[in-house]
Design a protein around this ligand. Sequence first.
Ligand SMILES: Cc1cc2nc3c(=O)[nH]c(=O)nc-3n(C[C@H](O)[C@H](O)[C@H](O)COP(=O)(O)OP(=O)(O)OC[C@H]3O[C@@H](n4cnc5c(N)ncnc54)[C@H](O)[C@@H]3O)c2cc1C
Length: 395
Amino acid sequence: MADVEPLEVFRTEVRDWLADNFDPALKGRHSPMGMVDGPTDMSPDMVAWRTALGERGFGVPNWPKEYGGAGLSPQEIAVLDDEMRKVGAYNPVGGLAVGMFAPTLMEFGTEEQKLRMLPPLADGSTRGCQGYSEPGAGSDLANVQSFAEDKGDHYLINGQKTWQSGGQWADFCFGLFRTDKSTKHDGITFLVVDMDQPGIERRPIKMISGLSPFCETFFTDVKVPKENRIGEEGKGWTIGKRLLQFERAGIGGGGARAMMRSLADHAKKYVEVNDNGEIADKELRLKIIKHEMTVRNFMGTVGRARREAREQGGPSAASSVLKNIGAKLAQERTDLMIEVMGMQGLGWEGEGFEPDELKTTRTWLWNRAVTIYGGSTEIQNNIISKRVLGMLDHQ
Ligand SMILES: Cc1cc2nc3c(=O)[nH]c(=O)nc-3n(C[C@H](O)[C@H](O)[C@H](O)COP(=O)(O)OP(=O)(O)OC[C@H]3O[C@@H](n4cnc5c(N)ncnc54)[C@H](O)[C@@H]3O)c2cc1C
């Protein structure tokens, strides 16, 4: 009983706060600051909502207060989510820097860096992109060649990054840069680069889905002050790998959330239904049931992994398992969605298709990418065999 009371007090507080700050006209306009969502929504009511969330720390409710969070417990966060859902509110604060860079900075950054870099992420006023991949460094990420030359109080960067999700809308880039050409892993340093400065050229890349959610970026004599180096020089590989664990855990978990919508309900719009209200085609029905059961099991596992991660101070190499299963299920799901839609699943644009149908086709195409980004399926299998199963360890 003693535990319940403060939670109920908090619930009332949240309700009152939502009544004062969430304008119902914002309902349905959720535009998360993720990687494919275009520029940040700067309309005055959305900015006001983000600012209100930021001031109360509710944009990143689990972060400590000094970094812009609200320092809430998991139980309080559940109450906050619940009350937000009831009034149709949502949290537009997020994106790659919040999900991947921030927890890494909390582990490896100095107090000065945390106090400087985290609050603008917490209130959604700044956005970051990941500068890891290069034309010759994808799976072999430690091969990065973009060079950061030591110039005393700053580094001077020359080189190229590619596949930078949301790079064209980002205020800064967190990434891996070479500071020593004589050694591979120990020659890498983790830097935070201001993207709004001379010498940076961003070129958007178009995908098969028709979206252009990322770009290649060219760096010519770009200045990075030394206070933007995270960790020691030459220690970027360790920090960079930790960030990837946060990324993979996020991809697995995000995939699970995207699978909450009932596939059976979707199918019933397009295929014959029997007198019991079931999908008439037994084979298709079984396929869908099997998929839904696997998704539910996966969601349970994601929940357990999250709890473990909280207790153990962050995700482990097992995040590669979640990434691979989440990616496989996401692809299987959109394959099934397209299969039941028949011709309606083949629309690209124009009349004869509902907006939701066109979106499904593009999501199906977009999902080709989930087995690639965050490290390909084959690379996750290598990590699982080495770091989870202990089968081989060369480095
Ligand atoms: C939608 C999307 C968003 C992305 N966003 C970002 C981003 O924001 N920032 C960023 O830095 N990067 C980003 N990436 C890049 C992504 O991390 C790389 O594409 C990925 O790591 C694979 O690298 P690659 O494309 O160079 O393929 P390659 O490394 O050339 O791999 C080609 C193929 O060979 C296989 N392969 C390679 N090495 C091995 C091995 N040792 N064992 C077994 N198989 C192997 C791979 O699995 C793959 O199938 C994004 C990619 C996509 C598709």
